[in-house]
Design a protein around this ligand. Structure first.
Ligand SMILES: *Cc1c(COP(=O)(O)O)cnc(C)c1O
Length: 457
């Protein structure tokens, strides 16, 4: 009963590890992704109790299920309390349709939820072992600032963030380049996928082993688990009869870390009717789900929901694994997942940029609902789902669409479409006055490697 949960690699060719070991490793040595061998469950009674709990208490409960025997209860409780010190609004739209705003953390992105928890957990285990770590991460916008902020100032961790110069907004960039200390930011004149490829190559380079590299990308199991929490939170707070009614979530998706958090929550016992996986024009997953054939999009398409410009979701191997299949790190499917079961649980739809812009406009005019491009993809996904399946088009059916960034992170877009400037959340104020500092590199692995060896070797 009290045995620690063990984690295996989706490539099935690496030793089982406990949570702390798997998190510090990031990617498994066989290049697979870590998954819990047994998914712990949360009882209906416990879900009912969450109705009266604070967010950080729910986080303590859900995350704690995976950390049995690898952390003291009081240590985890203090970390969740410290990490989740901001609001998680459930904004009513109409009927029983809601938008969950995951944008009130310090970088105004849902990635704060995972980053802040993983930062604290990693720091905890590194201090205990007297070890140092160099975190390499690629960002298409929000990961970088969330990770940089989550790890800022920790003594045992250095962070290097790679970003594509032309795919992040000035405000997103400034959230990373104004930090300094243990945080180094690198800009490249290329696409996000190339940045991610450089990071992946560094991880598999034996000559860099001694730098103690680790990943903070959404492939890290330490980021995945905290993302199961807000699904429990939304359901517990909004459900009128716990466990008797089911919920539909719509998740704007890129690398699929967010939706995998939801899948974990469902496997732990949350009564989910359907996950709507809404992508932008990078439609490799909706095509796969609907036609059964998987093909990456290379290079990925540059859409206005820039944090979702992903032509091959790095967490897809986990989804395939959970449905009984096997996909390697290159995206090749060795064992096909159970497509029927997947289709039962998931619905996936691609939303064009034009539709995204229209949605920002109509949501505002119709419901006074302020969305930014990522959240608009999610909301439109929900609308289209109800249109396509009228049996689900029911005011009384509980549906929650996730808003993953604060509209003020995309002021140019909002101004262009709605003709006003969204109010800045306190966390984004004052950025314009701080000096930026970042390194420029070419999209060349040898240059990147030299840079790492020179600064951290
Ligand atoms: C990262 C990000 C996403 C995509 O999340 P995944 O977990 O990669 O699917 C969506 N919206 C925003 C604002 C993001 O930063």
């Amino acid at each position: 009963m009290n045995k620690p949960v063990l984690f295996y690699s989706t490539n099935k060719n690496a030793p089982l590890l406990t949570f702390d070991e798997a998190m510090l490793k990031g990617q498994a040595p066989d290049r697979g992704l870590y998954m819990p061998e047994i998914i712990p469950s949360i009882s209906p009674d416990m879900i009912s109790k969450m109705k009266n709990m604070e967010y950080h208490e729910i986080a303590d409960l859900v995350i704690g299920k995976f950390l049995i025997n690898v952390i003291e209860d009081y240590e985890l409780a203090s970390m969740t309390k410290d990490a989740y010190n901001y609001e998680v609004p459930l904004e009513h739209v109409y009927g029983r349709k809601y938008v969950m705003r995951l944008d009130r953390g310090p970088t105004a992105s849902f990635k704060d939820f995972a980053g802040r928890m993983m930062g604290r957990l990693m720091n905890h285990y590194l201090q205990k072992r007297n070890q140092k770590l160099l975190i390499l991460t690629a960002t298409s916008g929000d990961t970088g600032s969330a990770i940089a902020n989550a790890f800022y100032g920790f003594n045992n961790i250095n962070v290097v963030v790679l970003f594509p110069n032309n795919e992040v907004t000035a405000r997103q960039r400034k959230q990373m380049t104004t930090l300094g200390k243990n945080i180094t930011i690198v800009g490249l004149d290329t696409k996000f996928d190339d940045c991610q490829a450089l990071v992946k190559k560094a991880f598999s380079d034996p000559e860099l082993d001694y730098l103690q590299l680790s990943s903070a990308n959404s492939i890290n199991i330490g980021r995945l688990i905290p993302q199961a929490v807000y699904y429990f939170y939304a359901y517990a707070k909004l459900s009128q009869s716990v466990m008797e009614e089911k919920i539909i979530f719509s998740v704007p998706s890129g690398n699929f870390g967010n939706m995998m958090g939801g899948i974990l929550a469902m496997k732990m016992g949350l009564p989910v009717e359907k996950f709507i996986i809404a992508t932008n024009e990078n439609d490799e997953f909706p095509v796969f789900l609907n036609r059964g054939k998987y093909q990456k999009i290379e290079p990925s398409k540059n859409c206005i929901s820039s944090a979702m410009n992903v032509g091959h979701p790095s967490n897809l191997a986990r989804l395939v694994d959970i449905y009984g299949g096997k996909m390697d790190e290159k995206g090749k499917i060795h064992v096909k997942p159970k497509m029927n079961k997947m289709l039962q649980d998931l619905h996936s739809v691609s939303i064009s940029d034009k539709e995204t812009e229209n949605t920002i406009k109509t949501a505002w005019n119709k419901y006074n609902l302020l969305l930014e491009p990522h959240g608009a993809v999610g909301w439109r996904g929900l609308e289209l789902f109800m249109k396509e399946f009228p049996s689900f088009d029911n005011q009384n059916l509980l549906c929650v669409s996730l808003e993953t960034a604060h509209p003020a992170k995309f002021p140019e877009k909002i101004r262009e479409i709605l003709d006003f400037d969204p109010d800045l959340p306190p966390s984004l104020e004052g950025l314009d006055d701080i000096k930026e500092n970042f390194v420029k590199l070419n999209n060349n692995y040898n240059d990147f490697k030299k840079f790492l060896l020179k600064n951290y070797g």
